[in-house]
Design a protein around this ligand. Structure first.
Ligand SMILES: NC(=O)c1ccc[n+]([C@@H]2O[C@H](COP(=O)([O-])OP(=O)(O)OC[C@H]3O[C@@H](n4cnc5c(N)ncnc54)[C@H](O)[C@@H]3O)[C@@H](O)[C@H]2O)c1
Length: 417
């Protein structure tokens, strides 16, 4: 196997696991992150991602891995992988400043013959229209003296069933030489590669995957609202529908879709489609339904209490999905802040998030115990973390609103979405 020197820029939920896997395959990995705190954590063998153990970081640091804030270290690399965030601007449009800044910082250090792979989720055309001009601005000819590819990341943090390297990896290159180079490095790391004909196609694959999920999850939330109006148990409907061996996918309702990807990527795609003078409709509607979902949750909470004002409410789960500490775009936060603004006395419990600032006030995750539970007027499940004592919560809470369909028991005090 050809050993490479791989610089991974951005050591977050995507970059750090990728660094670990590349290093496990014997590559020399240079991890670059502008967050000094993360680099210090790695040097002190401390993990800042909850599903990565400290021991894994110790093993990583003892292999051929260096962590640094200095992007000039990328000079020594044969391959540079960009795993920086692609959030939305306040206008709801793509904010590529992290990609552009990282690339501009790297630009003076780029070397002839290097391969750069973008992994960040983004709209079709980003690699060709934004990455390539910056690289060619340094005097390189892409496909001849410098190589560029795009490979969307499909990691699912907190998912114990699918390991990163078991998930087929979409790969693409600006030219066939670029694609061959991407293939040569990623075939040493991933079990199955799925080459596609262009970077635009690879970018569109990622947009399709996450947009499809956004639309389906929004629809299942609409379905939950409809079933409630019709006095039908939506969970029973979905479980029965799941038995169809073809054409049915398992989606579950919740307090609204959060995270850095699913509610964000469709808006990247929509923006690009709009730039081309065309319109989207499913994406727009899914966004409306998703944006409304916290209001719907509040409406249901109001129906369960005499008054939200002065009610004592315990929220369970602030992260946008189970078993992780990521709160980006989490609708739990929206619900929490709306309740505080409505005058509720709020407490929260999240085993992954010890403290959190809500409405400019610092809250601490409370310990769940029998007597504390019974003191709340309402306990609300917003995230279905595995590591919760569900039996105790059911037994000792006065009233429960389960927005995640995570309780498989019934009772007069249990209310489901
Ligand atoms: N988190 C996921 O589940 C997931 C899954 C698939 C794809 N993605 C995509 O992958 C990309 C990265 O997401 P993430 O969740 O890992 O983000 P993250 O915020 O966890 O990590 C990004 C890292 O990049 C660093 N960074 C930003 N600018 C930098 C710069 N100029 N130089 C060096 N470091 C810099 C940040 O400090 C941070 O540590 C995004 O495009 C995201 O949409 C994320």
């Amino acid at each position: 196997m050809e050993k490479q020197k791989i610089a991974i820029v951005g050591l977050g939920y995507v970059g750090l696991p990728l660094a670990i896997e590349c290093s496990l395959r014997g590559h020399h990995v240079i991890g670059i992150d502008h967050d000094q705190g993360k680099v210090d954590d790695l040097h002190q063998h401390r993990s800042y991602i909850n599903e990565i153990e400290d021991e894994t970081i110790t093993a990583l640091m003892n292999r051929s891995f260096t962590a640094t804030v200095r992007c000039e270290e990328a000079k020594q690399a044969t391959v540079i992988v960009l795993c920086v965030p692609t959030p939305l601007a306040s206008t709801g449009t793509p904010n590529l400043c992290y990609v552009q800044t990282a690339l501009k910082q790297l630009a003076p250090h780029l070397q002839q013959g290097q391969l750069l792979i973008l992994e960040s989720s983004t709209f079709p055309g980003t690699t060709e229209e934004i990455i390539v001009p910056i690289i060619e601005g340094e005097g390189f000819l892409v496909g001849k003296t410098f190589f560029v590819g795009y490979s969307p990341e499909r990691i699912d943090p907190g998912n114990k069933q699918f390991h990163l390297t078991d998930v087929p990896k979409i790969i693409s290159g600006m030219t066939s030489e670029c694609l061959q180079k991407v293939k040569r490095v990623y075939e040493t790391v991933f079990k199955e590669l799925v080459p596609v004909s262009s970077t635009r196609v690879a970018e569109a694959v990622k947009m399709f995957e996450n947009t499809q999920r956004f639309i389906n999850l929004s629809f299942v939330n609409e379905m939950a609202r409809a079933c409630y109006e019709l006095d039908i148990d939506v969970e029973e409907v979905l479980v029965a529908a799941d038995t169809k061996p073809y054409g049915s996918s398992a989606y579950r309702p919740g307090p609204g879709i959060g995270g850095h990807c699913i509610p964000v990527d469709p808006l990247y795609f929509k923006w690009k489609v709009n730039q081309a003078g065309a319109t989207t409709r499913f994406i727009d509607l899914a966004k409306v339904v998703n944006d409304e979902q916290p209001d719907y949750i509040i409406k249901r909470i109001r129906s369960l209490l005499h008054s939200v004002e002065d009610a004592s409410i315990l929220l369970i789960g602030l992260s946008y999905k189970k078993n992780i500490r990521d709160t980006r775009e989490s609708k739990s936060i929206v619900v929490a802040e709306r309740l505080i603004q409505a005058g509720a006395h709020l407490a929260y419990h999240d085993p992954f998030i010890p403290v959190y600032t809500l409405c400019d006030q610092l809250y601490q995750s409370i310990t769940i115990a029998k007597d504390t539970l019974s003191a709340f007027d309402l306990v609300i499940f917003l995230t279905d973390h595995d590591d919760l004592d569900y039996d105790m919560i059911v037994q000792h809470s006065k009233s429960i609103f389960d927005t995640k369909q995570c309780l498989n028991v019934e009772g007069p005090h249990i209310h489901k979405l």
